[in-house]
Write a protein that binds this ligand. Structure first.
Ligand SMILES: [Zn+2]
Length: 265
């Protein structure tokens, strides 16, 4: 059994603020260890289910977030920022399932801790007219690679979003958001126990969970808060439906993120 884990940061147990998620902020160093606890719990669950290979991709804000010295020895880690490779190196159909740990809800969700899609400058990210968030983007990339997402952890908003798009998968609500930067949080030790148990179940249901994907061909539209930041389309592969929005057209969604690892050039 092979499990691929992608970790973000905003959905970590006990994390509610950008003061914890940005590299130059005072609480960042402590928050990295909170994230490490959630990720290690997911690795432990996968191993308990019988996984013989676990890969973790450290994906938040330029990577290099997980403190190296505390990494669980039972996994390997993709660290750093890609220049030409696909978003998820090594992810291909030999993996049984993908977990999305410490994720957050899509832009404009409320109440939801630090809700956004890819950038706080983006008002809405839509695929074929449907607004989606990072859970759906990454689940579609996993689906294109032949892998279902079977576990999402974060606040109640991202867990509800994940179940709405991905169906009956495992979710762990490590906090109940009451606002954009406030939540009723479980103690990390409690979250870790729940994540460990859910990850063990999630590792075993890969064969039963449908792979997520968007209809083809795809139109991606990104509406930004400031129209001066919007690139001009060429009218073919890219277009501007309105002054605040850049659109992209592809045969398949994954082309926007460098394709799949198996199909890389
Ligand atoms: Zn992030």
């Amino acid at each position: 059994m092979k499990i691929y884990i992608s970790c973000d940061m905003e959905g970590t147990s006990g994390v509610v603020s950008w003061d914890q998620c940005l590299k130059d902020r005072p609480e960042f160093e402590r928050a990295r260890y909170l994230l490490l606890g959630d990720v290690n719990a997911a690795v432990e669950g996968a191993l308990a289910a019988g996984a013989d290979e676990v890969i973790v991709a450290d994906m938040h804000d330029g990577s290099l977030i997980l403190p190296t010295e505390g990494l669980h020895p039972g996994a390997k880690y993709v660290v750093g920022v890609p220049h030409i490779s696909p978003r998820f190196p090594y992810l291909e159909d030999s993996f049984d399932a993908m977990f999305l740990v410490a994720y957050h809800a899509m832009a404009e969700t409320s109440p939801a801790v630090l809700a956004h899609t890819m950038s706080s400058e983006w008002f809405e990210y839509a695929v074929n007219g449907t607004p989606v968030g990072e859970v759906e983007i990454d689940a579609a990339l996993a689906g294109a690679a032949g892998v279902p997402v079977t576990l999402v952890t974060g606040d109640q908003a991202v867990c509800a979003e994940a179940r709405r798009f991905l169906g009956e998968i495992e979710t762990v609500e490590v906090k109940q958001a009451t606002d954009y930067a406030r939540a009723l949080c479980l103690a990390p030790m409690t979250s870790h126990q729940l994540i460990r148990e859910a990850a063990e179940r999630a590792a075993k249901i890969g064969k039963k969970v449908k792979r997520f994907g968007f209809g083809t061909p795809v139109e991606i539209t990104v509406k930004m808060r400031d129209q001066r930041a919007v690139p001009r389309g060429d009218g073919k592969a890219t277009f501007n439906p309105d002054p605040f929005t850049i659109g992209y057209r592809y045969k398949r969604f994954e082309e926007h993120y460098g394709g799949t690892w198996k199909g890389r050039k």
